[in-house]
Design a protein. Structure first.
Lengths: 373, 324, 409
């Protein structure tokens, strides 16, 4: 009996190169086709930027874990190992497009441009969403699984009604795909032809529950056939292929041809969150095996081979990483709590009489506390 | 002009859509059919399928997409076909609709309306006669409105659509055919204000939604049969509650009761009773009483009249109040 | 210059309260860099490598391997370089709001220090707050009322019935509002006085006797008093008080109380004269004790002192109680006379008008004389017309020929 290396159904092991993307399409009858190769246009500058974003994301993720172990963040959900899937996907969006992430997409949202300190407010306990969604066109990191997929569909529907060439992208995982909202989102997007791209990161686990216990289907991409939209399965650890597949879907949506479901097969290298213990449900060998196929290392190898990067560039990326990490430490370690009275300020557009009264009551408690200290 | 409540709601939707093209109306069967109660009758024909449309049977999806639409700058007015079918959307309502503004520190408000026909007394099968207002009223971040008159149905729906915060709009379906002589557009006190529907001095009857008619019926009987003058207060907005108007009335009469169809235990009436007791303590001759449905799942049609509060039950409670 | 910073044990697992040091990865004296793992901490959920947030030299390890450190307690102290400690930019929270910082803890105190335990209400009958307050206002004891409301509660109707029986005015319908009326509630002393007067007015069957007395000689006598004999206090009224005390010695039955509970007359030996004094807060009855033994001067002084004290509010409670007979000075208002209300539970009250010059008949001639009206209101259960008339006639005589009575102190 062989040890299962991955709980995901075996996916395409691609990496055709820096200008080639490979993925499998779901046929109308509901079967996955063979992996086909597609040309991808990425300039050297774009390729370097892809690497830079992945490397910085990894650095940020490491720092966030450290900060969690130092008590600066209450908890953190790592995306180590999923950089190619998240960076490759958001790289395909234009400036006016919207992103609907979950708590797992710190990499994707950071790569989209959200300030890292504002982004981590959810985990540091300072505020449930520390950034302005309208500033970045990124919805708050959502926790109830798959619920934000419907928000993405709604926004896309509105954009279509308004005739705006805006695309909404949402991420969810293999676990979230079991939620009712995931199905409702896929179905409604297809019915209304909404310009949405669903990127499902199949990273093998929903906390401790492996893929084979999450669904009997051999691939999540197959659901697309069930709701009547195009479906794609791609190697989530191949950033160029992810970019190629998502870009195709984004362009399809933008020209009014409707939504696409993309399954990016990848692996969650770290635990579900820093409060989780992976030794209880998976072998260290399995994780080690996937670490050996690190998407960033893999991409870097190809970039070196292609002469796209040099040591000076790599050094600058590392320096930038150190700077971001230092900023994270400066702002997040020992950060003060903020004003508790603010909890009354944004419940409604205007504070109601009840909230005014309660705010005064808290103010009295605070004043009394100040007087006794 | 004689108008039913259903007609008033239809007019409110139409007038709002005409004035503001960011208003979109959708839900199950609201487009082509015009809604199972005809509340959205004629809207798709007039405004087009982009402004008024049908959805798959997906309540969570209806509310979830409304969130996305509101995020984009639209004013979606969505329908939950019946009270008992609003529950699949509770996650979206409680986890997101109610929390979005607070979560984003005030940067994102969701100007959406969720219309829900509610309440019993229509001889329906299971799940079509629920009174879920307590779940919504208890959720911080939601505004909960329930008209009790045809005029208010028009005015409060228009106000809810124009409101910058999300509104749960509870329509008393057994009163859909309540006729009033109205000339539209009619204005009324805003969201957040309760109104004294009938003045009196003997005791205060506090009601909302379908029970406003019942309370007024009880008051008429009390006056005609016993010469007792009851004051009837229509809550209109369950959250945020205009407690001052309620307390003012209870202070004046010294005796108060609240009536609702929903079950008694941990019901909305408990909130009113607690607040009035606390604020009017020194002026009350009697404790605040609650006249409610029983603490059972809503029963079948043949016995629902024994569940629902009626004028008799209200008058029994008034008699108890007067014993003090 | 360097400083030592303590790294406190963090909560490593969403609500854990402590962590056990599984293994130290550094020793005291070691130089460490930021994020370098310094210990393996074992929690309920996992074994976690904890990295240091500070760079510098390890100063103190706050425990041995195997020790449990509470979350929030120091785990390791690091001596950080000055440059390193200054490099921290301070916690400018971007986008976190800039309102003044609130303290982290709430006050720990519970009840205020000077709080008093509530008066036990166990023995009191059930009644709504409204009924309780009205009962207090009416001076009615709730426990004396049988409640007919739910659970034996004393209802408004019960209270009104009890109030009627008690003789107090039953509460009526709220009178229709008259535009422009301003309500002013009777409170405190006024309320009590109003209640007592109302009750006495209803209970006691009173009659009146009056007489006009020629006070000419009284006035002459006053003018003849040696100067320096505290003249200011020896007012005509004080003189009449002195004569009244004398008159009461002859008619002791008027120096009495009537107990309506027991239907008894209480006769007093000492004469404690109550005198109604007008103050800013209304009419106050001050008491000149033992007037029977006091000289004119004493009485005058007492009255002056008591009146002043009553007016400025400094009067002793004892000086407002215990009168056996009361005198009401209508003259102070500049009127000829009046019919006072008994000061319950007293049996009689004397009204004294102003001393005014009027035509009078003396020896068949009409001459101007100083006259004063005296009126006696008395409780007919205690005295009859003969007694009352006799007293007031005698007092009038004393006023008309005061020399003997006044100068023989």
């Amino acid at each position: 009996m062989t040890v299962e290396v991955s709980s995901t159904a075996s996916g395409p092991s691609s990496f055709p190169g820096l200008s080639k993307a490979a993925w499998q399409d779901v046929a109308a009858e509901g079967a996955l086709g063979d992996a086909l190769s597609h040309d991808v246009e990425l300039t050297a500058e774009q390729l370097r930027n892809l690497y830079r974003l992945m490397a910085l994301s990894r650095r940020v993720d490491r720092q966030a874990i450290n900060l969690t172990r130092q008590g600066a963040l209450g908890v953190f959900a790592s995306s180590q190992g999923q950089e190619a899937a998240q960076v490759g996907a958001v790289f395909a969006l234009e400036a006016d497009d919207w992103l609907f992430p979950t708590y797992r997409e710190t990499v994707g949202t950071f790569a989209r441009g959200v300030d890292i300190v504002e982004l981590l407010a959810l985990f540091s306990g300072s505020w449930h969403c520390g950034f302005n969604p309208y500033q970045y066109r990124v919805a708050p990191l959502t926790t109830p699984l798959a619920t934000q997929a419907l928000h993405a569909v709604g926004l896309a529907m509105a954009a279509r009604i308004r005739h705006d060439p805006v695309v909404a992208m949402t991420f969810f995982g293999d676990g979230a795909a079991s939620e009712g909202d995931a199905h409702e989102a896929l179905n409604m997007a297809a019915v209304f032809g909404a310009p949405v791209v669903f990127v499902v990161q199949n990273n093998g686990y929903a906390i401790s529950v492996p893929y084979r216990l999450q669904t009997k289907a051999s691939s999540i991409a197959l659901r697309a056939a069930g709701v009547g939209m195009p479906g794609v399965r791609v190697d989530g650890n191949d950033v160029v292929s992810v970019y190629g597949a998502v870009r195709t879907a984004v362009e399809r949506a933008r020209r009014g041809d409707g939504p696409t479901l993309i399954e990016a097969v990848t692996y969650r290298l770290e635990a579900h969150t820093t409060a989780d213990d992976t030794t209880r449900y998976r072998s260290d060998d399995e994780a080690a095996s996937w670490r050996g196929r690190d998407p960033i290392e893999r991409f870097l190898g190809a970039l070196r081979e292609g002469g796209v990067v040099d040591d000076a560039f790599l050094a600058s990326v590392e320096a930038e990483g150190d700077a971001v990490a230092a900023r994270m430490r400066d702002f997040l370690f020992d950060a003060p709590a903020g004003d508790p009275r603010e909890m009354f300020d944004h419940v409604y557009a205007t504070r109601t009489p009840l909230l005014e009264a309660e705010r005064s009551m808290l103010q009295q408690e605070l004043t009394a506390a100040q007087e006794t200290t | 002009m004689e108008l039913t409540m259903a007609g008033a709601l239809n007019a409110a939707l139409r007038d709002s859509m005409r004035e503001d093209d960011s208003v979109v109306v959708y839900g199950e069967d609201v487009g082509k059919l015009g809604g199972v109660f005809r509340i959205s009758d004629g809207l798709q024909a007039e405004m087009g399928v982009d402004r008024c449309f049908d959805t798959p049977v997906a309540e969570s999806g209806i509310v979830g997409t409304a969130i996305g639409m509101a995020l984009y700058g639209m004013r979606p007015v969505v329908e939950m076909q019946f009270d008992g079918f609003s529950y699949p959307a509770l996650d979206q309502v409680i986890s997101h609709v109610a929390k979005y503004r607070s979560r984003t520190r005030g940067r994102v408000g969701l100007p959406l309306v969720i219309r829900i026909p509610y309440g019993g007394g229509i001889g329906a099968v299971e799940h079509h006669s629920e009174s879920p207002e307590a779940y919504y009223a208890h959720t911080a971040g939601l505004t909960v409105v329930s008209p009790g008159t045809t005029a208010d149905a028009y005015a409060l729906l228009r106000a809810s659509i124009a409101y910058d915060d999300p509104v749960i709009f509870l329509e008393p379906k057994r009163r859909y055919w309540l006729k009033e002589d109205l000339d539209l557009p009619v204005t009324a006190p805003p969201i957040g204000k309760a109104v004294v529907r009938r003045e009196g001095t003997a005791a205060t009857v506090i009601a909302y939604g379908p029970m406003v008619t019942t309370a007024l019926e009880a008051a008429t009987r009390a006056a005609d049969e016993s010469g007792i003058g009851l004051e009837v207060v229509d809550v209109r907005t369950l959250s945020p509650l205009d407690i001052d108007t309620l307390v003012s009335s209870a202070t004046k009469t010294g005796r108060a009761l609240v009536v609702h169809e929903a079950a008694r235990f941990a019901g909305y009436g408990a909130e009113i009773a607690a607040e009035v007791n606390e604020r009017a303590f020194g002026y009350l001759a009697a404790p605040v009483l609650r006249v409610t449905g029983w603490d059972v799942p809503y029963p079948s049609a043949k016995i629902e009249s024994h569940f629902l509060p009626d004028a008799d039950r209200i008058l029994d409670a008034v008699a108890r109040l007067l014993e003090y | 210059m360097s400083s030592v910073r303590a790294f406190l044990m963090p909560d490593l697992g969403e609500g854990l309260t402590e962590g056990e040091i599984n293994r130290w990865l550094v020793a005291e004296g070691d130089v460490v860099v930021v994020d370098q793992p310094i210990a393996e901490i074992s929690t309920e959920k996992a074994i976690v490598e904890v990295p240091t947030p500070f760079a510098g030299r390890v100063a103190t390890l706050h425990g041995a391997e195997g020790d449990s450190i509470a979350v929030g307690s120091p785990l390791i102290s690091i001596e950080v370089a000055a440059a390193a400690s200054a490099s921290a930019s301070g916690n400018l929270l971007v986008g976190y709001g800039t309102s003044e910082a609130a303290p982290r803890t709430r006050r720990s105190a519970g009840l205020p220090r000077d709080i008093a335990a509530p008066v036990a209400t166990v023995a009191m009958p059930p009644a709504s707050p409204l009924v309780r307050r009205r009962a207090a206002d009416l001076g009615i004891d709730l426990s004396a009322i049988a409640g007919s409301g739910p659970g034996g509660m004393v209802t408004q109707a019960d209270l009104e019935r009890a109030a009627e029986q008690d003789g107090a005015k039953p509460p009526t319908e709220t009178p229709p509002a008259v535009a422009g009326a301003r309500r002013s509630a009777l409170t405190g002393v006024d309320r009590v006085a109003a209640e007592r007067l109302t009750r006495s007015y209803r209970e006691a069957p009173t009659a009146i006797a009056w007489v006009s007395a020629d006070a000419t000689r009284l006035m002459e006598l006053r003018a003849e008093l040696p100067a320096g004999a505290t003249d200011a206090s020896v007012t005509p009224f004080a003189m009449i008080l002195r004569l009244c005390a004398g008159a009461l010695r002859k008619f002791p039955r008027l120096n009495a109380h009537f107990d309506s509970q027991t239907n008894e007359i209480l006769l007093f030996t000492p004469i404690h004269l109550g005198v109604a004094v007008q103050t800013d807060r209304g009419l106050v009855v001050v008491v000149i004790r033992d007037a029977q033994g006091k000289s004119l001067r004493d009485i005058g002084d007492d009255l002056l002192r008591l009146a002043a004290a009553a007016r400025d509010g400094s009067i002793d409670a004892a000086d407002l109680r215990g009168s056996t007979f009361t005198v009401s000075n209508f003259g102070a208002f500049g009127v000829d006379g009046g019919i006072p209300i008994l000061n319950p539970p007293e049996a009689a009250i004397l009204g004294v008008g102003r001393i005014s010059t009027r035509p009078w008949v003396v020896d068949e001639d009409v001459v101007p004389r100083s006259l004063v009206e005296l009126s006696l209101v008395f409780d007919h259960r205690v005295a009859d017309g003969g007694l009352a008339g006799g007293f007031i006639r005698h007092l009038a005589d004393l006023i008309e020929t005061p020399d003997e009575a006044l100068l023989h102190d």
